[in-house]
Design a protein around this ligand. Structure first.
Ligand SMILES: [Zn+2]
Length: 115
């Protein structure tokens, strides 16, 4: 049921960019998350998690620059793949769902602490 909702959700384009085979395996991992981490991971997958590039586009903040490195605009792509702040955490050779979940919950938690 919530798999259908997921498939129809906005941001599917971005989802597919990062997780190109959304299937049972992915949902198994999501079901194991607590509420807070689930919110973060879904936010990162869909691209809707208070990223500065988006907030800036809406006119809510002055700068789209990454709050961690201030080198590029802050969006999912930057935080997950490019931000030098998370270079070391990115390198762990673990299964891809776990990798995405751990990295996004780590970054999302840090973002929450700054608010
Ligand atoms: Zn950065």
């Amino acid at each position: 049921m919530w798999k259908n909702r997921w498939s129809n959700a906005k941001g599917l384009r971005q989802t597919k960019e990062y997780v190109n085979d959304i299937g049972d395996e992915w949902f198994k991992h999501l079901k194991e998350l607590n509420r807070q981490n689930l919110r973060i991971v879904v936010g990162f997958i869909t691209g809707h998690y208070g990223f500065k590039k988006h907030l800036h586009r809406l006119g809510l903040i002055d700068s789209p620059q990454c709050r961690f490195c201030e080198e590029e605009d802050e969006d999912v792509h930057h935080l997950i793949w490019r931000c030098p702040t998370f270079e070391q955490r990115r390198a762990h050779p673990i299964e891809k769902y776990q990798w995405f979940i751990r990295l996004s919950t780590h970054i999302g938690t840090l973002m929450n602490q700054q608010i």
